[in-house]
Design a protein around this ligand. Structure first.
Ligand SMILES: Nc1ncnc2c1ncn2[C@@H]1O[C@H](COP(=O)(O)OP(=O)(O)OP(=O)(O)O)[C@@H](O)[C@H]1O
Ligand SMILES: [Mg+2]
Length: 346
């Protein structure tokens, strides 16, 4: 029996304290025997179990929250964060659309969405004014999750957009005309600050910046922040950096905790207390066309993304977030949080 309905599950929360993946440990051996014959059914079962250990439900936003996942630095976890947060929010019962705005199409791949050249895609929306509803596809394994895929055509869009009317606001217009009810739209940006990213910044209200816990983590962020300021000043007054997420956090290294401290002292309250650990399961999932939520729902990576989603959902409605697991780091004092937001960022 395929149990998509169960995947969405009740709007419940993840567990306190995900198990950690120690090197060489086969995490999935710890998972209980499957109760379903299909791979998706098994994944669903595991997802429900992971969610089932939780307690309260999650509030849904009053209006659709459009979050732009951006950082022009490559490989910091933008796509991984987009797809896994989106799946987590959908598993919490929300209706979520992922817009893949990167010609690489990695978010489409990770969500198991076909994106070969002939598939109607976000390119058609941006360049040919096709309605967004014509390109959105349901994500096979997760109820309530949808994807507007990117094809390789999008690589030419940066150039083609230049000569088009309202070139910076074409995505915004497409989203405004999309009539399906949604709780969240997450936009996965390419690692650049070109017209595609500008379209995302004009379309969204919130910027979510994933920062990889490594040396030079903050390098180049100043340019992104200046672009956010420019877009806010000229095209989109509601735009703000709402969320910073530390990714690939390795608690065993001093470097990771130093970077985390530095990011917290620059950004303070915007940094989620939940950080995402470096996890083999997270990096394996896309090659199966899955998010880590269905690939290994009990892994530390899956539970961290569920927890980050909980934190984002609670912040969105102004509810105080209480950390439930080990990946949430202690909060800084008010003074530390806002004293040096811009200092030291180049
Ligand atoms: N928490 C994690 N643990 C282990 N590997 C991770 C984690 N997050 C991301 N990765 C891996 O790091 C690589 C880069 O991640 P991802 O593709 O999400 O970055 P990106 O910022 O979208 O990259 P790009 O700038 O190319 O679009 C991928 O191989 C991904 O599987
Ligand atoms: Mg990416």
């Amino acid at each position: 029996m395929r149990s998509d309905a169960n995947i969405a599950g009740p709007m419940t929360d993840p567990v306190p304290g995900p198990r950690t993946e120690s090197p060489g440990e086969d995490v999935s051996r710890e998972t209980p025997p499957p109760m379903d014959d299909t791979p998706i059914g098994r994944a669903a079962q595991l997802a429900v179990e992971a969610l089932g250990r939780a307690g309260e439900g999650l509030p849904r936003p009053e209006q659709t929250r459009v979050m732009v996942v951006a950082n022009q630095k490559g490989g910091v976890g933008k796509t991984t964060t987009t797809v896994n947060l989106a799946a987590s929010l959908a598993l919490h019962g929300g209706r979520v659309l992922v817009i893949d705005l990167d010609p690489q199409g990695n978010a489409s791949t990770a969500l198991g969405i076909d994106h070969h050249a002939e598939v109607p895609s976000i390119y058609d929306v941006l360049v040919d004014s096709k309605p967004l509803s014509d390109v959105v596809q349901p994500v096979p394994d997760v109820e309530g999750l949808f994807c507007a895929p990117a094809t390789i055509d999008l690589a030419g869009a940066e150039i083609e957009l230049v000569s088009l009317v309202a070139r910076e606001s074409r995505l915004e217009r497409a989203i405004e005309a999309y009539e399906q009810p949604l709780d969240y739209i997450l936009i996965d940006c390419p690692p650049s600050l070109g017209l595609l990213t500008v379209n995302a910044l004009v379309a969204g209200a919130e910027v979510l910046i994933p920062i990889q816990c490594e040396y030079y983590a903050l390098e180049g962020l100043g340019q992104l922040l200046r672009n956010v300021d420019l877009v806010r000043g000229h095209l989109n007054p509601k735009l703000h950096v709402s969320t910073i997420l530390l990714t690939m956090y390795d608690g065993r290294t001093r470097l990771a905790s130093q970077v985390a401290d530095e990011v917290r002292s620059h950004f303070g309250g915007e940094v989620l207390r939940t950080s995402i650990p470096r996890s083999v399961r997270i990096s394996e999932a896309p090659s199966y066309g899955q998010t880590v939520l269905t690939y290994d729902p009990g892994s530390s990576g899956a539970l961290s993304y569920l927890e980050a989603a909980r934190e984002i959902a609670l912040r969105g409605v102004g509810v105080h977030y209480e950390a439930q697991h080990a990946h949430a780091l202690p909060e800084l004092s008010q003074h530390d949080q806002h004293s040096s937001m811009q200092e030291g960022i180049q």
